[in-house]
Every structure is written in C-alpha cells, then in structure tokens.
Design a protein around this ligand. Structure first.
Ligand code: ING
Length: 325
C-alpha cells in the first residue's frame, strides 16, 4: 500500500531588518494557499522565517536582540498562519528564534499539524559562525552569540501529516541549516527510520569568512550535495527550504530542493524570491534502501566508529617511516 503525499517547499525571498512579522506572516499565508492549490499536504518554510537573518547584526547587549525572538507560538502576529493551516488542512514546518521563559535562546523549528498542535520540536545543534564581533569577516555570522546549541537531540516521530485527502503518516525529523552539512545528524535520524527530513536555511550566496577561496557556484552545489547525500545514505525524503534574496544588502541563495530516498532532486526552486515547488512522496519508497544497501542492522560496524562520538576535533595521524635497513 502506498503512503503518498505532496510536499511543498515554500521558499521565502528577503525580509528586511525594518520589516515586521506581519509582513512575513502575510507572505507565508499566501505561500500556504498556493501550496494548497498545488495539492500539497505539507508545507516547509525556512529557518528563522519570521525575521531577517539577524545573526548578521552585532548587538553588544543581548537584551537589544530580544525582539528577534518568539516567546510563545502562535502569537497574535503569527496566528494567521495557524488559522490558514487549519482552514487549508495543511501541516507546516516553521523555523524561528526561540526565547524560553528562563531566558534561554535557541534556533528552533517545529512541525505543526493542521489542528494547530505542535507535533515535533527541534533546536539547532550545529551552530556555525562565532560569538564575538569578528573584524576580519565581511559580514558577521553571530549564531554562537545569539543561540545555545540545541538540547533536544535529533528526535523522530511517526505522525499524521495533514492533507485534505486523508492523513498520510510518516516518520518525520527536523534539521536546521548548518546541520545539513553534518552526516552525523542525518545518521542519528536515519537510525530512527526517518522518512521525511524538513529543514530551512539562510545561507549567504558568497563566502563571508574572508578566509580562503571558494568558487561562488559551489555555495548552492554544497547545499544540494549535503541534502542529496543525507537522503541517499539514510533512505529518506528531504525538503530543504531557503530564505533567499538580498536582505539589507546581504545576499542569501535560494534554490530550495525536494530530494527523494535515492538522492535525486525531485524539484528545485529557480528563483531567490517567494516560490513554491512541490513533489509527490511515497514514503514506502524509503523501505528499499533501508532493507538493502543501507540495512543498518546487517551492514553497520559500530565497533569501529568510536572516534565519531569520542573525539570532537580531528587529530594529526602518526607519521609513517620506511623500515630500518
Ligand atoms: N548558514 C550557513 C549554512 O550552514 C555556512 C552557514 C555557510 C556555513 C556556508 C558553512 C558554509 O548554510 C546557517 N544559518 O547555518
């Protein structure tokens, strides 16, 4: 029996620093309505979808950054999104900056069922960038200043996804942006038989580190490569969705993708603006890889993988020298 559903990547164009949540939410509702017209049951929005990518801005006093965070969802400003999802019968993924009642700060993503209930929550584990102002950089990337590493692990849950034509179930997991570059993250999800990974990203279209050469065309290529590899090696679908375009002079790339369990790109956005692309998933197609080439129980040898969890950084290897003559 197939378990089919149509997935939508709801890519967003830029959000300027001066633009508030109402502008973002209005655009997201329009994207959700378009996704519904295209037959989708699941809509994936970007990382930090409600505001500009604020980690590019330095705030000496963290309290000055408080306005970038959500303290409760849905809020008055974001309620229209929950209402539209309920009206349309669509589940959605949303990335946002979370500030807890205790004052802890996370880069967070949730999957929301059309009923309005949060099915799954994840807090970004791999935070790129830095915590102090870096004068060498062309543009700051202060995620280590504004967020703590996630404390929820990489959870997977089997859940009904929503959809007007009845509720297809799938094993869903979430990643956020830089996480997609780390195979360990995908594998922890794969070891829980994930079938659909949803992730958003905000990725500069040019290398802002100002350290070393990286050809521009590789920015999109590395992103797609990471998602394709993650899907193929863990036999799952993924919807990876950009916030894109130029925010206050700083360009983020788009080219959101939907990838299948054999690592094929099923659909790709071709702009760096608000754009919806869809593809039909059949989650039973995850079983082939999981029961053959990536049948983890038959083929993995964890007794040789100790370095992956025991080491943090890499270490130099011993030096070989020819045998004494
Ligand atoms: N952004 C970027 C990302 O991982 C980055 C940061 C870009 C890291 C390119 C390495 C190379 O896509 C976020 N928000 O993680």
């Amino acid at each position: 029996m197939s378990r089919r559903t149509i997935l939508a990547a709801c890519q967003m164009g830029p959000l300027q620093r001066a633009e508030g949540r109402p502008a973002a939410v209005a655009r997201m509702v329009a994207l959700l309505e378009k996704a519904a017209r295209m037959g989708a049951s699941v809509a994936v929005f970007p990382e930090l979808a409600l505001t500009t990518f604020f980690p590019r801005w330095f705030h000496e006093d963290l309290r000055e950054a408080d306005h970038w965070y959500e303290t409760a969802l849905p809020s008055n400003e974001t309620a229209p999104l929950w209402e539209a999802a309920r009206r349309l019968g669509i589940g959605f993924h949303l990335g946002f900056a979370e500030r807890t009642p205790e004052g802890r700060r996370f880069n967070t993503a949730i999957y929301v069922h059309p009923s309005g209930e949060t099915v799954l929550k994840y807090r970004k584990v791999h935070l790129p960038g830095h915590s102090e102002y870096d004068p060498i950089r062309k543009v700051q990337h202060l995620e280590k200043r504004y967020f703590e590493p996630g404390d929820l692990g990489f959870p997977v849950v089997r859940a009904p996804l929503g959809g007007p034509g009845g509720e297809t179930e799938a094993n869903i997991g979430l990643l956020i942006c830089n996480d997609r570059r780390w195979p360990e993250a995908w594998r922890v999800l794969g070891l829980q038989q994930v079938e659909l990974v949803m992730l958003g990203y905000n990725t500069p279209s040019l290398n802002m580190e100002n350290r070393g050469f990286e050809a521009h065309h590789l920015r999109v290529e590395h992103s797609v490569l990471s998602v394709r590899a993650g899907c193929y090696q863990n036999s799952c679908y993924a919807v990876a969705v950009a916030k894109a375009g130029t925010e206050d002079g700083h360009e983020l790339f788009g080219h959101s993708v939907i990838v299948n369990p054999q690592g094929e790109v099923m659909a790709q956005a071709t702009t760096w603006e608000d754009e919806v692309v869809v593809a039909e998933a059949d989650f039973t197609r995850c079983e082939l890889g999981r029961t053959t080439i990536f049948d983890f129980a038959r083929h993995r040898r964890p007794e040789h993988y100790a370095r992956i969890v025991e080491q943090v950084g890499s270490v130099a290897p011993p030096r070989w020298s020819p045998a004494e003559r």
